[in-house]
Design a protein around this ligand. Structure first.
Ligand code: IVH
Length: 461
């Protein structure tokens, strides 16, 4: 018996232990099994009772208590952690042929007749992380860093509600698990609403926000942002023989660690391709960002036989979705007046990489399209390169719309000269009727200068 526990009544100590176990069990039912048994209200009541007991008896507080997720003391810098087992990267493929070539390489690396089975998983667009549990208790979290060593972000990761502080099931003495920390669209939207109210610039995307959140030195700030975690790997465990990836996922779940419910076993590469195509078209239905799929050989024995290059294992590959579409923030809508007086709405964007270039502006074509797509300033929009050069706004992401976003008004006068505007007979284009409009004159001059140059080139060659 410790000095502190001697002064705390037995029944209080027992109640505390029971409450912690109950809270962990309900967290797991809620986050991992998606089968809650009690309401949020009842859950909060349990948490509050534990908080009150710990307040009355501070000697009872343990680092793995669920009350400690609110964030501990701030750090001045992150300590460096060397990964016992390096966190390797994975090779990428971009189309069906490359994925089939991966399958052929795998088959060549295995004994004749030893056909591989695969597991296809969502490629979460977040931040890779490695966690350590000792005797079932959460002790450390480290970012991937360069694969050899990363930052010790234990206190920040502790604030993740879906992360168990104590493992259930029958965990080994030491368990090192790997996964991805990510942020849901809904949470980014909530944070951006708060930032908007505070007059701060919005956060552009969930991945950068997750990375930035993990790098905050004050865990109390981290606790105010809701980040999530999903696990997909276990570092080799002494004395524990996991024979397949599928079994590894089951083991993670049995310990109470959240795993993706979208992972599937695929008997052949054709099944893998089908799953990849399906998610490529359905990715927008998810509440979080994915940038592709990860395809893994299921059998542990086959993985051992295939081994790794210095860079990445031969039993895993990423299938990246075409990056032709990017999401970014629409800062404002401006109006351009062309040489014939046509008013074109233009999206002024938070700069974003798209298919090899940085895009800052995109066309919204005309006011009819703008109204049809219902794109507003402050929206997160998806942009696509049409005809390779001029990007266009495909759509806005409804769940990321700030509360205050207003419909962009149809200009009642020319935005350049203030002249009268009228819709064309088809009702699609809005035109400035002032032939002396400076924007139109400039447009006409530019047009004729271009035409003159083209003619001269043709004459001289
Ligand atoms: S497996 C050795 N599975 O993608 C294999 N990685 O581009 C370890 N990622 O660094 C990785 N979802 O951060 C794996 N279901 C998934 C994943 C996944 C996202 C990330 C991970 C990795 C990166 C490689």
């Amino acid at each position: 018996m410790t000095a502190t526990s001697r002064t705390i009544p037995d029944d209080v100590q027992r109640r505390c232990a029971n409450l912690r176990a109950e809270i962990e069990r309900h967290s797991r039912l809620y986050y991992v099994e998606a089968a809650p048994e009690i309401s949020d209200f009842e859950f909060d009541a349990l948490l509050r009772e534990l908080q009150d007991l710990e307040k009355a008896h501070p000697g009872l507080i343990t680092p793995d208590s669920p009350t400690q997720r609110v964030g501990g003391a701030a750090l001045t810098e992150f300590e460096t952690v060397r990964h016992e087992v390096p966190m390797l990267s994975i090779d990428n493929t971009y189309n069906a042929d490359e994925l089939r070539a991966f399958d052929e390489r795998v088959r060549r690396g295995l004994e004749a007749g030893d056909a591989p089975r695969y597991v296809a998983e969502l490629k979460m667009d977040g931040v890779a992380i490695s966690l350590r549990y000792e005797r079932g208790a959460y002790v450390r979290a480290a970012t991937r860093g360069d694969g050899e060593q990363g930052d010790n972000v234990t206190e920040n990761v502790r604030t993740i509600r879906s992360l168990p502080m104590r493992l259930g099931g029958n965990p080994p003495d030491v368990l090192e698990v790997r996964g991805e920390v990510y942020m849901r669209h809904q949470e980014l939207q909530r944070l951006n609403q708060l930032r908007e109210e505070a007059g701060e610039p919005p956060l552009a995307n969930p991945r950068n926000t997750t990375a930035g959140t993990l790098k905050l030195l004050d865990p109390r700030q981290v606790a105010q942002r809701k980040i999530d975690i999903v696990f997909y790997d276990v570092a080799p465990i002494e004395g524990v023989e996991l024979t397949s990836h599928w079994e590894t996922l089951a083991k993670l779940r049995s310990c109470g660690l959240p795993t993706s419910s979208h992972s599937v076993q695929c008997p052949t590469i054709d099944d893998v391709l089908r799953v990849c195509n399906e998610w490529e078209s359905r990715r927008a239905t998810l509440d979080f960002e994915i940038d592709g799929m990860v395809i893994k050989v299921d059998s542990a024995a086959q993985r051992r036989r295939l081994g790794a290059t210095s860079k990445s294992p031969r039993w895993v590959i990423a299938y990246k979705f075409p990056a032709q579409v990017a999401r970014t923030l629409l800062r404002s809508i401006t109006v351009q007046v062309g040489k014939t007086g046509t008013l074109t709405p233009v999206a002024e964007l938070e700069p974003v990489h798209l298919a090899g270039t940085v895009v800052k502006r995109a066309t919204l074509h005309n006011f009819e399209e703008l109204a049809r797509k219902d794109v507003r300033e402050g929206d997160t929009v998806e942009i696509q390169k049409a005809g390779e050069i001029i990007p266009q706004v495909l759509r806005h992401v409804p769940e990321l719309r700030p509360g205050k976003a207003k419909e962009f008004p149809l200009p009642s006068a020319c935005t350049e000269c203030g002249g009268e505007v009228r819709k064309d007979p088809e009702g699609v284009y809005l035109r400035c009727l002032n032939v002396a409009c400076p924007a139109q004159i400039k447009g006409r001059l530019e047009h004729w200068r271009g035409a003159w140059r083209r003619t001269r080139r043709r004459c001289t060659t």
